[in-house]
Design a protein around this ligand. Structure first.
Ligand code: HPA
Length: 291
């Protein structure tokens, strides 16, 4: 893996600063809210303003992945500049943690205050059904990686990060109201982040459930840490794509995960749109015309 040494990491941080500078020089829109979507998730929002490939800001190779299109879409949702990052980077693709969180750091550096991380996840609890959207309440990072390892730019916050409110309680409270508004049952869960790419053995599944995991997936945990570290408020939503606990008739595949994620897309879109409306009411300063 790359970035074994300080020089390599430093050069990625310089590229990050450069890309941020270029974005601002080109007068591209500066988002207040960013939504990250992963495998099989296709979020639909009103009022698209512009779109460009994610590669535009990425200084390393972008490898294709089933269920992923890599793009940046910018919307004006009720006066709030909202950026959707379609596609993300994973450890199992061979990316380094600094690469995985590169876009998240970027969005916060250009002004995003709120980051909504969405993903597909396996259920480790029988409270959840396939297609349901679960609000992430907390996480267990079992990836054995952390984007705060190594030397970080001096002007960034301390790497010894307080994560007792990693998923903002305020935003979870807001999401609770959103579920009621759209007529869905509000459910929360603890998300366990693993490296993958193999799914879990029955023994691993029992272990993850026994340590308090309720959802399992191969993304999100590093992004949440980096976003919080950069000063963003973090919220997370999982579309449940499979039950990791009940015995399966067929073996689980990435294709099945992608297909099942699509079952949750409509409700996810409703939740996200209503979430943004609720945020506008709560924080009017997110709107372009209010400062
Ligand atoms: N395990 C790990 N990651 C996942 C799963 C799972 O069961 N489903 C979707 N992503």
């Amino acid at each position: 893996m790359e970035y074994r040494n300080k020089q390599e990491a430093d050069s990625l941080f310089v590229q990050l600063e450069d890309e941020v500078k270029k974005w601002k020089e080109f007068n591209f829109p500066l988002p207040k809210i960013t939504v990250i979507t992963g495998s099989g998730i296709s979020l639909s929002l009103p009022n698209k303003v512009s779109e460009l490939p994610l590669e535009h800001i990425i200084p390393f190779p972008v490898y294709p992945l089933e269920g992923h299109t890599y793009s940046i879409e910018i919307y004006n949702v009720e006066g709030v500049t909202t950026l959707v990052q379609r596609g993300r980077f994973h450890l199992y693709q061979g990316y380094h943690p600094h690469e995985i969180v590169f876009p998240i750091r970027f969005w916060i550096m250009i002004g995003a205050k709120i980051v909504l991380l969405t993903n597909s996840a396996g259920a480790l609890s029988d409270r959840f059904e396939v297609g349901e959207i679960v609000t992430i309440e907390d996480q267990i990072n079992l990836t054995a990686h952390n984007p705060l390892i190594g030397s970080l730019p001096k002007k960034w916050a301390s790497r010894f990060l307080d994560v007792s409110d990693l998923y903002s309680k305020e935003l979870i409270e807001t999401l609770k109201g959103v579920y009621t508004k759209v007529g869905l049952t509000f459910k929360t869960g603890t998300y366990v982040g693993v490296q993958g790419p193999s799914y879990e053995t029955p023994a691993e599944t029992r272990f993850l459930a026994s340590i308090g995991g309720e959802l399992v997936g191969m993304s999100t945990v590093l992004e949440a840490l980096a976003a919080h570290h950069m000063g963003g408020k973090v919220a997370g939503l999982s579309i449940v794509t499979n039950s990791a606990i009940s015995p399966k008739k067929q073996s689980l595949s990435h294709h099945e995960v992608v297909i099942n994620a699509q079952r949750g897309n409509e409700n996810l879109s409703k939740i996200v749109r209503t979430f943004i409306s609720s945020l506008v009411n709560r924080y009017p300063e997110l709107r372009e015309d209010v400062h």
